[in-house]
Structures are given as C-alpha cells and as structure tokens.
Ligand binder design. Sequence first.
Ligand SMILES: NC(=O)c1ccc[n+]([C@@H]2O[C@H](COP(=O)([O-])OP(=O)(O)OC[C@H]3O[C@@H](n4cnc5c(N)ncnc54)[C@H](O)[C@@H]3O)[C@@H](O)[C@H]2O)c1
Length: 348
Amino acid sequence: MTLATSDSGLAFDETEELVVVHDRSTGLGAAVAIDDTTLGPAIGGIRWRRYPDVDSAITEVRRLARVMTLKSAVAGIPSGGAKSVIFRPDPTPEVATRRSVMEAFGHLVKRLGGCYVPGLDMGTVLDDLRVLSTQAPDICVLEPSAQTAIGVFAGITAAAEVRWGGDVAGRHVLIQGAGHVGSELAVRLAQAGATVAVADVDHERAQSVAKAVDGVVVPVGEVIGHPCDVFAPCAVGRLVDRDNVGTFACEVIAGAANDVLTHRQAADLLRDRGIDYVPDFLINSGGVIAIHAQRARWDSDTTAEAIAGVGARVRQVLRQARASGSTPLDIAERIASERVGHHVSVPD
Ligand SMILES: NC(=O)c1ccc[n+]([C@@H]2O[C@H](COP(=O)([O-])OP(=O)(O)OC[C@H]3O[C@@H](n4cnc5c(N)ncnc54)[C@H](O)[C@@H]3O)[C@@H](O)[C@H]2O)c1
C-alpha cells in the first residue's frame, strides 16, 4: 500500500510503527515513530518541544526516525531507527511535574517491549533518562556528545584527506554552534593544527570557545557565505536549500547537525558546485554507536574503534562519490539500504 502523507516526505507504509499517546493523569502528549527494526531495536532520542499542532509533531518525528535508521545502518551497528517527541504543553499544567510526565513516558517505552531504545535529544537531559529507567528496563543513561564529536572530527579529517590529500593542519574550519559537540570539535581541530572560527547565538559561549582554541568569532548572520575550507554545522538543521546553495564559500560541509539539507536536490547542487557534502547521518553517528556499545557491553577499545571508523566510512563514501559522479548522499543511502535489505532514503 502506498499512501502519501502530509508533509513528512514519507509514505504511510514507510514507518514501521507510529504510536501517539495522551496520558490523562499527567497531560503527557507524545509520539514515538519506530522507523525500522530490521537490524535490531530502534535507537532514537526524545525531543521535548512545543509544536503548533500534533500533525507537525508527527511529521517531524517520522522524518527524524528515518534518519536514525540510516545512521545506525551506515554505522554498521545492529540497531534500527526511531525517534520520539513529547509535545511540550503550553502552559505546562501545574498538576504535571516534569518527573511525572517522564514517568508516564517511561510506561509507554516499557509497553513498546524493548523495540524502542530512547536517548537524549533537543530539550531532554540525563535526569529525564534516569526517571525513565525507573519505569522501563534497559534504559541507556548516556550523554554521547563527546563521542559524537570524536566521530565528526574523524569524518572531517577523512574528508580533508580525500579533498586535499592531507590532514586538517592549516585548514580553516568554521563551526556553527559552540555547544556540546561544537566546543569539543573545536578543541580537537585546533589540536590537529586547524584554524578554527566559531559562531553561536550565545555570543559569550562563542567567545569562550574561540578563546580556548585561539580562534575567532564569526557573527551568526555571516556564517553562510563566510570563506573557509570546511563548514561544520553543529547547531541547527535545514541550512542548505536551493536558494542559498550558491552562497556557501567552503569546499567541504561536514558537521554534527541533523537534517542539514532542506531538500535532497541540495546534495546535487552542492556536488555541481564542487562542494563535498558529508551526509549528516554518516558523520554524526558517534553517539548512536556509543549507545549501542553500552547496551551490548562492548569494551572501551571496541567502542573507540567503531567510533573512529566514522573516518574510514566517510573516506569510502566520498571516494565512491567522486569515482561514480553520484552524490555522497546517494552512496551513503545505498550502503544503508544494502544493510537493511530494502531501500531507505532521507525523506524529501
Ligand atoms: N549531542 C550529540 O551527541 C548529537 C548527536 C547527533 C547529532 N547531534 C546534532 O548536533 C547538533 C549540536 O548538538 P549539541 O548536542 O552540541 O547541541 P547543543 O544544544 O549543546 O549546542 C548547540 C549550540 O548551537 C547554538 N545555536 C543554536 N542555534 C544557532 C544558530 N542559528 N546559529 C549559531 N548557533 C546556534 C546554541 O546556542 C548552542 O550553543 C544538533 O543539531 C544535534 O541534533 C548531536
């Protein structure tokens, strides 16, 4: 059956399971999208935010869950992809504390019987996962930003090797977003000899990270079009669209932010402009690998090797893209689809 749905870019039958709940006692409103469990239990963070309506929340959760399927598959771990959203009530009902809302969400996770593995996402913190772990078994209480940054650094290094035949020393890297991942990435890049520029809506944070790495601050409004070798988006998604693709003044786009392209055609346009775009789900998989590693009780060496493997995977994808004329996005999707056993692509 193929039924197109609203704005998600996914047909009805492209999401394995979609659960939408309303808990009467706490007012919890939530949706869990389990995109695919072919390879294993589906990992995906819990987003806590305000949505204009339930349809928008469902559209977002399905799209994000699909990207998680691609991320796990391309990383080569036996996990599927999922995501959940808690519709932040406006205003928060006084009867419902955050704890009670998370407990109610924990009941839902338990009811899903282990096929959904929750983690952190925008608006949720480690304490939320601790509360979930009182209600549902096997909750992985982990803040994986450092591992994500290690993977992104390995990916940028690999992209530099494919592009310029060397490492990042002497390269100019602009990091948008000096938060958990961006700040750690800045330190690693600076240690490797790159010149780092940072932009953050929180100017003090940008200044402090720039100071720590002997770098400079770029005003947030000047990020797109700022000349650099590598542009590393580590803040918001939906950055590159058909209209602004011509204004990027970098040779490589590679960062932690999810959902960087507003439309898959932007990948073709970037290729046509000679810009190497490293797909977000390929380069930012360090965190999801760390979650799988903790659940599977991998030792630290095995985990570190798998995260460092982001570099080899980025190298492989960029080289294949160059050799075939395809975009890195097409190649990464092909690898993921082969692992999953059916076609998976980013929602358009
Ligand atoms: N943390 C992880 O393990 C992980 C894993 C995969 C993907 N990601 C993605 O990477 C990105 C960064 O994650 P994080 O954990 O570092 O988040 P974070 O919230 O710690 O940091 C984001 C930073 O971006 C800044 N920011 C927000 N909007 C901005 C804008 N328009 N311009 C410039 N700066 C802006 C914020 O002030 C903040 O400092 C997010 O898109 C996240 O979804 C993170």
